[in-house]
Ligand binder design. Sequence first.
Ligand SMILES: [Zn+2]
Length: 283
Amino acid sequence: MNWNKALFGLLVAVMLVSSCAKVPFTGRRQLKMVPIPTINNMSFAQYDAFLKENKIINGGSEVAMVRRIGNKMVKAVDLYYKQNGLGDKLSEFNWEFNVVDNDSVVNAFCMPGGKVVVYTGIMKVAQNEDGLAVVMGHEIAHALAHHGNERMTQTLGVQGAISGIDLVLAARTGMAETPEEAQKRAYTRQVFAAAAGVGAQVGILLPFSRKHESEADKIGLYLLAMCGYDVDAAAPFWQRMAKTGGQAPPEFLSTHPHPETRQANLTKWAAEAREIGKKYPVK
Ligand SMILES: [Zn+2]
């Protein structure tokens, strides 16, 4: 009897039961197997590296706007989670909002655990604070719904996703590796990076599925309404995004919902969002 294997099997069984969680706001059941501290460690390290490699703006009106929206959305999350018995989940996030000075990149992302980046390029398409809140609500929604974790679980498989623990431990201790182990870990690291939103830099693209995009749209609208932003700003913003040419960044690559479906959904969910906004208004 191989006790390691038996233990691993038991661990998988326990985790399968405990990790079939529900997505906040939508109630959709999802399978996410990467332990949250593991994915957050990875994400926070990558975020720090990203900040060092890019030109970060430290002050001024653009940064102030991004942080104002961000802080309101964090308040909305706090309020909603506490009133819905999810208060213990708030520790899964360590929010941070930064702006990259690069007008030619029309992109924004929120890495697992709440690390947000907004490029000045997308602020031009957003046009104003309501438009920017649409972008940030959508990105924050991906993190709240743990879409990165779910994608990693799907891409690596259950065992691979769980061995993320081992990956992080190995990185910390500088443990000796066989060539196969090294290869497997390198691949896992790339998938982590891709799922965390910096895939283009590691050569693996792992776009969100249409299902995830629609879910992020919906949760994003809820956040907008709770923060007192204009939910009707969402449909025109995505129309402008669809018209933006040039190189598409990973988050906006190919799996965004069909433009017409997206417009119809946004209109349909706007009324729902307004109700949520009345129920959980951020002061
Ligand atoms: Zn998205």
